[in-house]
Ligand binder design. Structure first.
Ligand SMILES: NC(=O)c1ccc[n+]([C@@H]2O[C@H](COP(=O)([O-])OP(=O)(O)OC[C@H]3O[C@@H](n4cnc5c(N)ncnc54)[C@H](OP(=O)(O)O)[C@@H]3O)[C@@H](O)[C@H]2O)c1
Length: 282
């Protein structure tokens, strides 16, 4: 496979990030796995997957500690994304949660801080708190996660809401609902979409059509699933792996050159939406 560069996505605040990054859900759960997890993230950074996605939720802070260990001594190489629980998304709660995340990560700034999903706090209050964190330099930008089109419309209507820098949602070959409205809505407004669970946590890898396309392209099913997302404008893809070898495999997805016939066969096997579907979540 050739060593093609990872495409770059520009966020609304002009930060440039690779379209292929790394997820961390389930990391930090088991002491015995930590060394592998850190090595895998470091291998991914070495290969240019320098955007790392984590959350205070993952292993209740354990994943942020793994990320902190993986980026020690190389903070400036990475773009860090973390998320706040909705029940911490009030005026003071956001600031306290952010400080806890900063301390676990061992950094003084989170580059992109997301509301993990919509909760009971008014959006205006969360946005005001996010803007405060930005003004104090503790975060570089803020965004949301699991927001459907209607939520995004409401967000843009609150003061400061137009500063949203990304929406992270479930998106993969088997979950194409956002292509009907949310994805084009975000693309038109240049709000990047972060595709989470891009290989459906491994569940789609046994699909016969994915296997066939992979063989036809001397690739693996995971690479084809990632290539499908990398084809889309303004989409950032964040597969998770705790294996350095799989990190390299995932990185090589940028080099696939899949034919129109193969894309058509994948469309037939994983049809795009023909009507609005409520946003799915994992
Ligand atoms: N905002 C949200 O609500 C939300 C929700 C879910 C996920 N996320 C974020 O998105 C990231 C990715 O989603 P995800 O972790 O749910 O699922 P995913 O990335 O679709 O799949 C991860 C699973 O696939 C395996 N895997 C990775 N690369 C592989 C390869 N090349 N071949 C075969 N298996 C492979 C991993 O196992 P190994 O580790 O053993 O390789 C792991 O079990 C998360 O880690 C998290 O950062 C966000």
């Amino acid at each position: 496979m050739q060593d093609d560069a990872i495409p770059i996505i520009r966020l609304p605040n002009n930060a440039e990030v690779p379209a292929l990054g790394q997820g961390t859900w389930n990391m930090g759960e088991k002491y015995s796995a930590e060394k592998r997890e850190v090595e895998s993230l470091r291998a991914g950074i070495d290969l240019g997957m320098t955007l790392i996605d984590t959350a205070e939720m993952y292993a209740e802070g354990g994943a942020e500690k793994i990320v902190g260990e993986a980026i020690r001594g190389r903070r400036e190489e990475v773009f860090l994304v973390s998320k706040v629980y909705p029940w911490n998304a009030g005026r003071t709660g956001v600031i306290e949660a952010c400080e806890r995340s900063l301390s676990r990560l061992g950094v003084d700034r989170i580059d992109l801080y997301l509301l993990h999903w919509r909760g009971d706090y008014p959006l205006a209050e969360t946005v005001e708190a996010f803007e405060g964190l930005k003004a104090s330099g503790k975060i570089g930008a803020w965004g949301v996660s699991n927001f459907d089109t209607q939520d995004m419309e409401e967000l843009l209507d609150v003061p400061g809401g137009r500063n949203v820098a990304a929406n992270q949602v479930l998106y993969n070959l088997s979950r194409r609902g956002i292509e009907y409205d949310l994805l084009p809505w975000c693309q038109q407004r240049q709000i990047p979409v972060m595709a989470y669970s891009p290989i459906e946590q491994g569940r789609i890898l046994h699909h016969p059509e994915l296997i066939r396309t992979a063989k036809a392209n001397q690739a693996t099913p995971a690479q084809v699933a990632l290539a499908f997302l990398l084809e889309r404008d303004g989409v950032i893809v964040i597969p998770k792996t705790s294996s350095a070898a799989r990190a390299a495999e995932n990185r090589d997805a940028v080099s696939l050159d899949i034919t129109d016939e193969d894309w058509a066969a994948l469309d037939a096997a994983f049809p795009p939406p023909v009507r609005k579907k409520p946003l799915e979540m994992l």
